[in-house]
Every structure is written in structure tokens, then in C-alpha cells.
Design a protein around this ligand. Sequence first.
Ligand SMILES: Nc1ncnc2c1ncn2[C@@H]1O[C@H](COP(=O)(O)OP(=O)(O)O)[C@@H](O)[C@H]1O
Ligand SMILES: [Mg+2]
Length: 251
Amino acid sequence: MISVSTLTHSLGHRLILDDISVEIPKGKITALIGPNGAGKSTLLHLIARQNPVQTGVISLDGEDIAKTASTDMALRMAVVAQELGVASRLRVRDLVGFGRWPQHQGRPTEVDKAAVEKALEEFHLLDLSDRFLDEISGGQRQRAFVAMAYVQDTDWLLLDEPLNNLDIRYAKSLMAKLRNMAEEKNKSIVIVIHDLNYALANADYFIAVKEGKVAFAGETSDVATSESLSELYDAEVNIIESDGKCFAFHH
Ligand SMILES: Nc1ncnc2c1ncn2[C@@H]1O[C@H](COP(=O)(O)OP(=O)(O)O)[C@@H](O)[C@H]1O
Ligand SMILES: [Mg+2]
């Protein structure tokens, strides 16, 4: 479990996160949702320890992340940021290979190499594996970064808007893979996501953030309602149930 307790974060004089306390369950998919600028990426960066906590405590499986060694964090948590820094002269295979660095510390074994090849295959990247990152499309690059995080094989996987740029086939395939990771391998996944239908279909748990505060959090079926979502986005959202599945209609 990730436990966020009384987390407050400012940038300059602006309060970005305001007294956030929330728990993220283990072995589940958690959708982190909310309007643009709500603070989702800031929260994710803090959980991933990419920025230091100013006020409050974040603990990972009971351990304060501020006191966890970086090497230990890298073995427990993989992250795909919203803005993908592109080291342009890097080939797809090399990028994915970097994902194994925490395990092999620069000396890849056959196991590491096999894991990279498997990830390239699973993310439909084999044909692109020798291409440079700045010579492929945004969606293809997105998949390469997700594959890099996937190959780390950590218990926790944090993804900031990973569906950006993905067409329906790859978006569906990624969500199915995340479900499989949670169900079959007990991986814990946090995904920042704007597509409510993918979130409703795949997330076990929702955390909604608005203006730096938690608007609501809980099991998907308990908290994702027409009322809660319409209020969250200041826009009409209707949740309709059909065939035992929930759909969000907003136009
Ligand atoms: N480097 C920064 N300096 C100042 N404000 C920032 C910076 N980065 C983000 N913000 C502000 O912090 C708020 C939260 O941003 P962010 O966490 O990226 O939101 P979200 O991911 O929910 O869209 C926004 O109001 C944004 O303008
Ligand atoms: Mg963001």
C-alpha cells in the first residue's frame, strides 16, 4: 500500500497540493483522475520521489519514502512521466534496456536481455527496436517508455497519462496488459487517465483530485457516479450501466 498523509506542496507561492491524505491499494489498478492542473502529476512525482516532500509523509509498504534508498526505490517502483524526455540519439531497444539497469547495474545478464526482448515483443516494438526515438511517432515513443517501465518488473508501476497518443488498438492492449499484471502478478498500478471509459472498465479504485485536494477516493463502483464525476469536471457526465458494465457519456 502507498499511504499519503497530510501532504502539502507549494511551488513558489502557489499551493499545488493541499493537505492530501489518501491510500493506494496494493495489487489493484488505481485511476488518478481530475481536471487539468488539479495536481495529479505533482502527486505522482512526489510518490515516485522525483521531488522531495515538503510537508507530510508518503510511505511505500509501510516505509517512509524519504528514508528509502534510491536503489531500493528503483527496484520497487517504475514510473512513466507525462512529459517524455527524448534522448533523441537513443534507439528503442536501448531505451527499453535501461529499464533493467536497477537489476544489473550495468552488467546485463541473459535474463535481462531476454526480458528486454520479451517487452519489445509484448509492446509491439520489435519492428521499431533499431529506430531512434526521435524518428518514431509520439504513440510509438509512448509505448517504448511504457515498455521500459514494464521491463523493470517492479511491484509498483506509476503511469502518467500513458494513453496519450495511443490509437484504440494499443490503448486497449495496454489496459488489458495492466489488468493482467494486477490480476496475475499482483502488481500495483497507478494510472493518470482522462478517458473515463477505460478507467471505469479497468480500474478497481479511483482517486479524484481537484484544485490540489482529494475530491473523492474509493472503490470504482462506490465512488464513480454521475454526480461525483460531473462535479469533479464541472461538466455533465452520465454514468450508464449496460450489460453489467459502466459507461461514461459526456456528449
Ligand atoms: N514548475 C511549476 N511551477 C509552478 N507551477 C507549476 C509547475 N508545474 C506545475 N505547476 C502548476 O501546478 C498545478 C498542478 O499541476 P500538475 O500537477 O501538472 O496538474 P495535472 O497533472 O493534474 O494536470 C497547476 O496549476 C500547474 O500550473
Ligand atoms: Mg499531469
